[in-house]
Write a protein of this length. Structure first.
Length: 244
């Protein structure tokens, strides 16, 4: 599925962190890996590379220009709007993660991390980014949950302000999440409804999905923040992946 990840950019003032992340990217087949020691260095590196980068991993706390400033600056440039960005940082506060995602990051990994978690998220954000490149006239999106990742898919739908129903099929069971202008309205999965159903779907590693844009959604049953749900889903998924 999707675009092959050939070039990655590591943005971190710690040589050791870059070394660890380089090893993960190499193991998943990334051939060309660029490095930068801070956000400004990263902007310069991207310009020199003509923005031909498939994924960016950036730290939060760095001198000169921190990760958040780097993301904001990059997203203001036409060449940088579509490059997948994952924040890899020891800053695990919910408010900061939400701020990073709202500023244009595609996903977030908290240090220390298991390599399986980072590898999964790199592949997920790359596949999800391909969705944003589809024709705007297309009213449905489909694929396999294992290739996209539930949290990354929900973030995409939220960031894109989509309205419709995300349906997940596992055998004869159909689960779903309703969206209105990117905000989660309801969820259902077997006997569960609302928030519990959302988290049960988040735990699913496989299953075919289909997002039907502008399809009528059931009555609103979730009244909490979409980002709160997303943060809790990310935590659940990462914790389960980190076991063992």
């Amino acid at each position: 599925m999707g675009h092959e990840i050939k070039t990655g950019l590591l943005v971190d003032d710690s040589k050791l962190s870059r070394k660890i992340q380089r090893r993960v990217l190499t193991e998943i087949g990334v051939e060309n890996i660029l490095e930068a020691k801070d956000g400004q260095d990263a902007l310069n590196t991207l310009k020199e590379a003509n923005y031909q980068v498939d994924v960016i991993l950036t730290d939060w706390n760095m001198p000169v220009l921190d990760g958040l400033g780097f993301i904001k600056e990059l997203r203001q440039r036409d060449e940088g709007k579509g490059i997948p960005i994952i924040v890899v940082s020891s800053e695990g506060e919910r408010e900061k993660i939400v701020y990073a995602l709202k500023s244009g990051a595609n996903s977030y990994v908290t240090k220390p991390f298991r390599k399986e978690v980072l590898a999964r998220k790199v592949k997920n954000v790359q596949n999800v980014t391909e969705l944003s490149r589809q024709p705007s006239s297309k009213t449905s999106i489909s694929g396999n949950l294992g290739l996209f990742g539930f949290a990354e898919l929900v973030h995409f739908l939220n960031f894109a302000g989509k309205s419709g129903v995300l349906k997940v099929y596992t055998g004869s069971v159909v689960s779903g999440v309703g969206f209105a202008k990117g905000e989660i309205q309801n969820a259902w999965h077997g006997q569960y409804h609302s928030e519990q159903a959302f988290f049960e779907i988040a735990r699913m590693k496989q299953g075919d999905f289909e997002f039907l844009e502008n399809e009528e959604i059931p009555e609103k049953t979730i009244h909490g923040s979409t980002f709160t749900l997303l943060m809790d889903a990310m935590r659940i998924i990462d914790e389960e992946d980190s076991v063992g």
